[in-house]
Design a protein around this ligand. Sequence first.
Ligand SMILES: Cc1cc2nc3c(=O)[nH]c(=O)nc-3n(C[C@H](O)[C@H](O)[C@H](O)COP(=O)(O)OP(=O)(O)OC[C@H]3O[C@@H](n4cnc5c(N)ncnc54)[C@H](O)[C@@H]3O)c2cc1C
Length: 480
Amino acid sequence: MYDVCVIGAGVVGLNIARELAKYKLKLCVLEKEDDVSCGCSKANSGIVHGGYSDEPGILKAKLCIRGNRMYEKLNKELHFGYRRTGSLVLAFENEEISKLQQLYDRGIANGVEGLEILSSEEVLQKEPYVSKNIKAALYCENAGVTSPYEFAIALAENAINNGVDIKLQSEVVGINNANSYFEISLSNGKIITARYVVNAAGIYSDKIANMLEITEYTIMPRRGQYLLLDKEENYLTQSVIFQVPTPLGKGILVTTTYHGNLMIGPNAEEIEDKEDIGTDEKTLKYIVETARKSVPDFNIKKVLKSFAGNRPVANVTDWVIGESSVKRFINLIGIDSPGLTASPAIALEVKEVLQQAGLILEHNSQFISERKPIIKPKIDPFQGSIESTNPEKHIICRCEQVTEAEIVDCLQRGIPIRSLDAVSRRTRAGHGKCQGVFCGPRVKKLMAEQLHISIEDIKSKSNDSSLLAQRVKRIDLRNL
Ligand SMILES: Cc1cc2nc3c(=O)[nH]c(=O)nc-3n(C[C@H](O)[C@H](O)[C@H](O)COP(=O)(O)OP(=O)(O)OC[C@H]3O[C@@H](n4cnc5c(N)ncnc54)[C@H](O)[C@@H]3O)c2cc1C
């Protein structure tokens, strides 16, 4: 019998699990995929938002700001990768300047520090490669960039280290309320029992709520597509460059990611299929054109790949975080952007909700707050070679200088790893210029040796979809 069972190993569910591990509780996280962070925590902009976008008083605004302020410390403890870069919202027309003022006022009302409206000259001094056509911009000092899936992985590893059971390939297919506890049925035939359940299933949290006949929520996917460019293009921007937001979202941004690639996107399109994370040529062309309005000079021939993620947009205006009509069943519904930013604060909110619902929290003095990084800083880019026999210096991925020692390390951290993608997300092997053409077979060989499995058992992606891969392949990204 678990005290608390969290459904969903995205950045929200894992922040909750790690936060609760600070108390003497028996905890588990159930995840349908074969790795953590396979939902929208995997494919998003990776921006730690400043907190000026949402209306004062709503949960999104409150938790965004609280979450933003927690990143620095969390990154010191967990080493997932976070950098405060600042952000700019560009106005191209005089009429848009009043929109900047609205965002500024909203930010001040929300308690955001470090906001300033800059003239075009001041912006161009900060960011010389943005369009000369801008009229003004809203600068937010406190915005930053993070590596979203490494954040989730770090939380999961730390939670495991603190005794949390993370059960992968454990899709929840039914929940029975047995009055003082819940029986949670999994697709693999097992039944998990828990006194409290937290529904953090992202885009499927409506389906999970439905299992207890809570039928008032519907979640529709709103897809966002992106293009990722080579690190050679990252001289074009230091901060996150937004345009004035649209009713559907924050619009197309241009940013340098935590690991130094230039990234452009996302669009916002309502789609039917929650699993459809394909990209299409027409949308990618639109993204390129729109991004050029902000930063005209990127070289699209330097594109590495396209990808997409689906925002969990619910039929409610604010996030739902609270005990449902079913006692001890906590719902998290519609956690769209800025859910990544807010996720550590959402965990604190859920802890309070659980306490109010009767969960007794007794401090766990054994809690380990630190988690060691996987990726070692590469001070000297020539320190290793592909011939070296020393695992610390034996380079497996030339583009990102990933060593054998880093890959072996990522396989031994308590989360079973069976795909190339899972190794890439932890070490960056395959994330460079050649996109794994050189290192893919070498990583597979090393995985097979270390895990005592055959190379054929190693998949390319965690939630593999060959149909999707074919569709993406047909787009000639360099000619967009
Ligand atoms: C295009 C896009 C851009 C975004 N940009 C930003 C940004 O820059 N900054 C920001 O702050 N936020 C951003 N967001 C929002 C942010 O990504 C999300 O709010 C956050 O990732 C939500 O995390 P989650 O854990 O709730 O959901 P998820 O990561 O989707 O996790 C839910 C998990 O539940 C699992 N699950 C579902 N059903 C079941 C089941 N039946 N049984 C077991 N497991 C199940 C899923 O497999 C999944 O792993 C963006 C989102 C998108 C899509």
